[in-house]
Write a new protein. Structure first.
Length: 384
């Protein structure tokens, strides 16, 4: 029986190969000649949804060890942008031809000299990114000057090394399980010195590990201690340990968390709670600050405003709901059905004037709203 089932599965797979859909591909492979590194490099560039049909410019995310991580990262970017948690972003997956050479600073550790004979090229690779790779991307694609760098393991080590050497090159820095144990924790001391000498830095830094210990974790905790003591003004930093992930699996969960943390000002995940905390003007201010931080204009979405209005109506705060609904008719035209809901709320309270006012506005928005027309007639009020 089992053999027959296996044979049937093979037949179905063969049929799928013959008659199924073409294989799905994500992104485009791009060649780039590096004069600094004296070699041909390649990237995988994944455009965001709607890129080819618009003239919009997008933030860019540069992903180290790109061949290893671009597939799951592209999925995260598309998912989060589609659901309003972050803007659409251009993904630049950077292939690492010789990661031991390109992603490590110099080392005087005897074991590292022995096991990593090709090492210590991080500064040259950083020059390549600054002088060749990023200018190429910004000339070839429509991008904004907001960049994020994501690196895992040696890539995380490189990200922190780059932060201390070129802090203005990226505005978002993500170091996942960074190999800070490299060269007897030299990066830990370098980070501490950098923080002592950097009074201000408008950026985000996200640090993460899996269920890992040893020198890497203890070194990273020392970095966090330095950040806690002398974090530059404007630097937002976070550290999280994913105890259900290991060194190999942590990049997916950590990248998701990093993106939602960095773009935490992009959307209101709990609109009513944020309204209670900030008020409407506070929410508008939050989005103005987000626009400045991310280099992308961001405003309160009409749908989000409708959620707040619905929450106020449910709580019988009708005047407040009406004020929000009508506060900016040009940017936020009041939906006729929410005006109907307000009118019903006023009716339940016995507020005839409020009911008439909202039904008239509803009928202006939707002249075919026969219910509003009927209620106005019953109330002895003419249609607008």
């Amino acid at each position: 029986m089992l053999n027959r089932m296996m044979r049937a599965a093979v037949v179905l797979l063969a049929a799928g190969a013959a008659y199924g859909q073409p294989a799905m591909s994500i992104g485009e492979r791009v060649q780039l000649r590096s004069e600094l590194l004296n070699e041909q490099r390649h990237l995988v560039v994944v455009k965001p949804a709607g890129y080819d049909a618009s003239r919009e410019r997008y933030p860019a995310l540069y992903l180290l060890d790109g061949d290893e991580h671009y597939f799951h990262t592209a999925g995260l970017l598309a998912f989060l942008a589609r659901n309003g948690r972050m803007p659409n972003v251009l993904l630049v997956a950077v292939s690492t031809l010789n990661r031991n050479r390109d992603l490590t600073p110099p080392s005087e550790d005897e074991n590292e000299k022995r096991f990593f004979p090709q090492r210590g090229g991080a500064d040259l690779f950083l020059r390549h990114m600054e002088e060749e790779l990023i200018p190429f991307v910004e000339k070839t694609y429509r991008v904004r000057p907001y960049r994020i760098l994501v690196g895992h393991s040696l890539g995380g080590l490189f990200a922190l090394h780059a932060l201390t050497g070129r802090p203005a090159l990226f505005q978002g820095w993500v170091a996942i399980s960074p190999s800070v144990q490299w060269n007897k924790l030299a990066l830990v001391a370098r980070m501490d010195e950098f923080l002592r000498n950097t009074p201000e830095l408008a950026a985000d830094l996200y640090l993460a590990t899996g269920d890992e210990g040893g020198t890497m974790l203890s070194g990273l905790r020392r970095v966090c201690a330095s950040l806690g003591e002398r974090s530059p003004r404007g630097l937002r930093w976070n550290f999280r340990q994913f105890e259900d992930e290991n060194h190999v699996t942590v990049p997916h969960a950590a990248t998701y968390s990093a993106l939602t943390t960095i773009f935490d000002q992009w959307d209101l995940t709990s609109p009513m709670a944020e309204y209670e905390r900030l008020g409407l003007e506070g929410i508008h201010k939050r989005f103005r600050e987000a626009s400045k931080r991310y280099g992308v204009e961001r405003k309160l979405l009409p749908f989000t405003l409708s959620l707040i209005v619905a929450g106020l109506i449910e709580r019988r705060r009708l005047e407040e709901a009406e004020e929000l609904l009508l506060h900016d008719p040009k940017s936020y035209p009041a939906p006729w059905n929410q005006l109907d809901a307000l009118a019903r709320g006023y009716s339940g309270r016995g507020d005839k004037a409020g009911e008439i006012r909202c039904y008239r506005l509803s009928l202006e928005r939707n002249p075919s709203n026969e219910w509003a027309r009927k209620r106005l007639a019953e109330l002895g009020a003419g249609a607008p």
